[in-house]
Write a new protein. Structure first.
Length: 339
């Protein structure tokens, strides 16, 4: 009502003022064409305001007949005010932007729910595949473990250890493993392998890492190399300190096995034992000495008499006798015949 009175019905209303201005401009319109244009423009504004006032009066009249509608509008205005304070917006346009963002979040949440459901389904499928693969891997390991045990014990017999026992122990993985259904899985499957060994009857097989005898460990490692090299010919096998802790007959046995491996592979062996050096096809002597204040390493191929004397030196040190040389000659001859 206050707005309508200011515009139309009240004393000194805007429309009343406009009507006076239109009349005044009409009296002087003949003096200048500009006065006539301004009068026409103000008349249009006056007519527009009158139409606006009629609309407002009609709207107010309808509200008077529907008090519930008015209460509803007041409630909506109060709600809009609370929402503006809650979301820190200045106007309705700001609230509409907030609404748009909330709808986008809702769609994302709905999409996320679908993604979670799909992910759970895929997880169940992967767990099934893992169980199947782990079971097949365990079965294959069990078969391979038995085959390796037989091959190793046979290999160790040829290295002078006829009573040796070699066991591949497959143990379930620890508590830190991933539980997939009824199977515990680690990075390498459902079990971990460990090599157990005993050299003599009546001895309980122990982890390979705890073998005290250097000679036993050398032969076990040689046997492992020999068994694994059967899977593929033409490999280069390097043995460093394979002679640790052995001598005599054991050293000769190891040397002969290295020579047999050389039929199918290239074998490089660093040794201090004449029994092993005498089995080689090529003999290289490695020496270190100081020249011009620097340590120099020299590698020299040895043949014939020079090689015989070097092997004799490995036997007797600096006191090489004719008997030693004869013995070395027989060793080299025997090795050559076995080739």
């Amino acid at each position: 009502e206050g707005v309508e009175a200011s515009l139309y019905s009240g004393e000194g209303s805007i429309i009343e003022g406009l009507a006076g201005a239109v009349a005044a401009l009409g009296r002087i319109a003949s003096l200048d064409e500009a006065f006539s244009r301004w009068r026409s423009s103000l008349e249009e504004v006056r007519l527009l305001l009158e139409e606006l006032c009629r609309d407002m009066k009609g709207y107010a009249s309808r509200l008077d007949h529907d008090p519930g509608r008015l209460e509803e509008m007041e409630a909506r205005l109060a709600l809009i005010g609370r929402l503006k304070r809650k979301y820190g917006t200045k106007d309705v346009e700001g609230l509409l932007e907030v609404l748009k963002g909330l709808k986008a979040e809702l769609r994302s949440a709905e999409d996320l729910g679908g993604a979670i459901s799909e992910g759970r389904k895929r997880l169940r499928e992967v767990e099934g595949e893992l169980r199947e693969l782990a079971t097949r891997l365990s079965e294959g390991r069990a078969e391979a473990a038995e085959a390796l045990q037989r091959a190793m014990e046979e290999e160790l017999k040829g290295l002078g250890m006829p009573e040796a026992r070699f066991i591949v122990a497959l143990k379930p993985v620890g508590k830190e493993a991933l539980q997939v259904g009824d199977i515990s899985l680690g990075p390498r499957g459902a079990e971990e392998g460990e090599f157990l060994f005993s050299a003599n009857p009546g001895e309980e097989p122990k982890p390979l890492a705890s073998i005290a005898s250097g000679g036993e460990l050398s032969r076990v490692m040689l046997a492992l190399k020999g068994v694994s090299s059967r899977q593929r010919e033409g490999q280069t096998l390097v043995f460093d300190e394979i002679d640790a802790g052995i001598g005599g007959v054991a050293a000769e046995t190891v040397g002969q096995r290295l020579r047999e491996l050389a039929h199918f592979h290239q074998v490089i062996c660093v040794t201090h034992l004449p029994q092993i050096a005498s089995q080689a096809h090529q003999h290289l002597r490695v020496r270190k000495f100081v020249r011009e204040g620097r340590t120099v390493t020299a590698v020299e191929p040895l043949q014939g008499e020079e090689r015989k004397r070097e092997i004799a030196r490995m036997f007797a040190g600096t006191k090489v006798t004719e008997a030693t040389l004869k013995h070395v000659e027989q060793m080299l001859k025997g090795a050559g015949e076995r080739r």
